[in-house]
Write a new protein. Structure first.
Length: 92
């Protein structure tokens, strides 16, 4: 079990770090007046002449998409840990 602990660290720290680096490198963080045009996140700044679809994609990348991926991965890891515990207890 301890052999896979590095995987948990990589997922929990790596995914948000990669998202932050990509978003910073594209200069997407900034002020975005919330509430105008149905904008979700006020920290993802729109660029000039950007379509709403492009802005929505960046909002997903910087917000909900990696969050949903993290939920899925954590659920899979939880299932794996539960399976390992179940097999370990049944051996005893």
């Amino acid at each position: 079990m301890e052999k896979l602990l590095w995987l948990v660290y990589v997922i929990c720290w790596g995914v948000p770090t990669i998202v932050m680096i990509v978003t910073l490198s594209e200069k997407r963080y900034g002020y975005n007046p919330c509430g105008e045009d149905g904008i979700w996140y006020c920290w993802v700044a729109p660029k000039l002449n950007e379509s709403k679809i492009d802005l929505m994609v960046w909002q997903l990348i910087a917000g909900k998409l990696w969050e949903l991926i993290s939920y899925i991965v954590v659920s899979i890891l939880y299932g794996f840990v539960k399976y390992q515990l179940f097999t370990h207890v049944s051996i005893l």
